[in-house]
Design a protein around this ligand. Structure first.
Ligand code: PLP
Length: 340
């Protein structure tokens, strides 16, 4: 090899090394570090979800955080992983324990995935009305699926009561997203700082509420960063999150919007960090979900459709606002509703 050829080869090696270093640096800058660092290649896909501008011209002040980019398609992957890791650290879950959870929604798939990857046996109880799109994850990841009749929450066969009995009988551990403070705490530790890093001059966060975990964790974190940021929860019309928040009489809980609303207040709703709660009817939630798909090419779940309506109107009404709406899951779980 001539000296000239050697020099060219050296230059090219230097250039490759420099490019690799730049790429590594860019990767580090673009991804906020997860507090739940795992080496597992599947579980490490959880979190670091994109925040995009709402895809409509003139809507620069509205952004949407795409939690459907988590491996099972919702933000519940975060709490499943975070709660199990925290409970392991606290000695509440040990090797070979049986994990039990009651869920009619996205949490079922998330817990099943986490149990599969971390090597735990897992039982999930669901009401028999749960859609195949949601229950499919449970069986696919090898969890035991127990279908319970659609009865009221006081009935012994209600899916949450059944989970308790199974856990007692088989010495299992229930994660209990409706009571476990780790649910909002995981969002406070993970989702909220990630969102903070992705935004500038944030003024409003809008989020659908079920357990209240997502918005409570985000609300607490934001209140410490900048307490002028308004935290707005979205509830179903016939639901008792907003009645509890406003000290009103209970109503009969009734909605077809999956994940939205609840029969009663639960301790995972940290009302002190929520500025307002707005109720949205099922029809409005569905029409905004359809509109987002048809007019904006954005496939969101119906609870997100409800939140989008609220976020969109704030961004129209308030000059200089910078609004983020949390997209809890994707429309691909609700094609029957969206295309009806
Ligand atoms: C689709 C969907 N939207 C909204 C929510 C509410 O989220 P959170 O329970 O954190 O309040 C859930 C929770 O199950 C959900 O599955």
């Amino acid at each position: 090899m001539t000296t000239e050829e050697e020099t060219i080869e050296q230059h090219s090696e230097d250039r490759t090394e420099e490019l690799e270093r730049t790429e590594e640096l860019e990767r580090e800058l673009n991804s906020s570090e997860s507090p739940y660092h795992v080496t597992d290649p599947v579980l490490s896909l959880i979190g670091d979800t994109p925040l995009i501008k709402y895809p409509r011209s003139g809507k620069e002040s509205l952004h949407i955080k795409l939690e459907m980019k988590n491996p099972t398609g919702s933000m519940k992957d975060r709490i499943a992983l975070g709660m199990v890791l925290e409970m392991r650290q606290l000695g509440k879950i040990n090797a070979n324990d049986l994990i039990v959870e009651a869920s009619s929604g996205n949490t079922a798939g998330s817990v099943s995935l986490v149990a599969n990857r971390l090597g735990y046996d897992c039982v999930i109880t669901i009401p028999e009305s749960t859609s195949k799109q949601k229950s499919g994850y449970i069986e696919s990841f090898g969890s035991e699926l127990i279908k319970c009749p659609n009865v009221g929450s006081n009935h012994r066969d209600h899916y949450r009561n059944k989970a308790k009995r199974i856990s007692n009988k088989r010495d299992g551990v229930i994660l209990d997203q409706y009571h476990n403070q780790l649910n909002p705490q995981v969002h406070e530790k993970w989702t909220a700082p990630e969102l903070w890093e992705q935004t500038n001059n944030l003024t409003h966060v809008v989020c659908p509420m079920g357990t209240g975990g997502t918005i409570s964790g985000i609300g607490k974190y934001m209140s410490e960063k900048d307490d002028t940021i308004e935290i707005i929860g979205v509830d179903a019309e016939h639901s008792n999150i907003s009645t509890a928040f406003h000290n009103e009489d209970l109503v009969e809980y009734d909605t077809s919007i999956e994940g939205l609303g609840k029969e009663c207040e639960s301790p995972t709703m940290w009302f002190e960090y929520i500025d307002s709660i707005i109720s949205v009817s099922d029809e409005t939630a569905v029409s905004w979900t359809k509109r987002a798909a048809m007019e904006d090419g954005l496939l969101i779940g119906t609870s997100t459709g409800a939140a989008l309506k609220v976020a969109y109107e704030i961004s129209e009404r308030i000059d200089d606002s910078s609004v983020v709406v949390i997209a809890c899951d994707s429309g691909n779980q609700y094609f029957e509703t969206i295309t009806a």
